[in-house]
Design a protein around this ligand. Structure first.
Ligand code: AMP
Length: 190
């Protein structure tokens, strides 16, 4: 089973992905984490992307498409990936389909966590004190939310067409969201 989890910053993608990983024995592939690691490890790529991430924009499709390929092509993760924060553009969604096809896999469900901008602002400010992410401040959070709204629309339409999209109320508490997601995954597992 491969899952895509999708939503604005502060929607709880990371938290819910960790829960799904433990419950269903999957591997969490967060492009945000991979990119932050590049910055932390001071790689060439890291130096190219840090200002983009800190401004709340998206890094190029080419960069993230390259990053995920080695996971999709790795047999250890075959049919066991939860894509957290990828795809974020139509180009990425199509690339993911092609890549999965090439490796004889597919997406089984796309979970979209819906939250309002007010909730996003509140959660980002709370997280700021815990995780100290450079892009977790009110100004960048608003920018990231707007970037998400703009770039995600075609991706949402794309997954609606293939009937994979399930919308989850991200305003609810962590455990309520957990159970809603568990129910949705159980349905597709049959
Ligand atoms: P996240 O941890 O998912 O909130 O991602 C943090 C930041 O990393 C985003 O605001 C983007 O700048 C960048 N990023 C993460 N995933 C992607 C992606 N799939 N496409 C483009 N940029 C991304």
């Amino acid at each position: 089973m491969n899952i895509v989890i999708f939503g604005p910053p502060g929607a709880g993608k990371g938290t819910q992905s960790k829960f799904i990983v433990n419950k269903f024995n999957l591997y969490q592939l967060s492009t945000g984490d991979l990119l932050r690691n590049e910055i932390k490890n001071k790689t060439k790529l890291g130096s190219e992307i840090s200002s983009i991430i800190n401004s709340g924009e998206l890094v190029s499709d080419k960069i993230v498409n390259n990053l995920i390929e080695k996971f999709v092509s790795n047999d250890n993760y075959k049919n066991k990936i939860i894509f957290d924060g990828y795809p974020r553009t139509l180009n990425q969604a199509k690339n993911l389909d092609n890549l999965l096809k090439k490796h004889k896999q597919k997406i089984d469900i796309v979970l979209k966590l819906s939250v309002s901008i007010e909730t996003v602002k509140k959660r980002i400010l709370e997280r700021q004190t815990q995780e100290k992410r450079a892009d977790d401040n009110e100004e960048t959070a608003i920018k990231r939310y707007k970037t998400y709204e703009k770039s995600s629309e075609p991706v949402i339409d794309y997954y609606k067409q293939s009937n994979l999209l399930k919308v989850v109320n991200g305003e609810a508490g962590i455990s309520e969201i957990n159970s809603e997601i568990r129910g949705l995954i159980d349905t597709i597992k049959g």
